[in-house]
Design a protein around this ligand. Sequence first.
Ligand SMILES: [Zn+2]
Length: 100
Amino acid sequence: MKSTSVRKRALGGKDAHAPKSRVTGVLVLAMKKPLKLYLGDWIEMKKPHPCGGKEWEIMRVGMDFRLKCLTCGRIILIPRTKLEKGFKKLIKSDFTEAPE
Ligand SMILES: [Zn+2]
């Protein structure tokens, strides 16, 4: 499926097909469930980056996560286990979770 609509300048390689709807309110995460994170999500980590930033954008998911520091733009690779331990909260997500 290719979109023929005008492509906006994508910042940081964000999905062009992601819906532009705004996330309203606070996203509530079920703490007991495993983390469901998607490309383009913004998360906050407990431990700040050396630059002082705690907010990251997810650029790759899988066994390892690739995160981009939203403060300085650095990209790091972090194993899922480590990310889950250091994960604090989800700041923003373009995806709405379908209840399963
Ligand atoms: Zn940083």
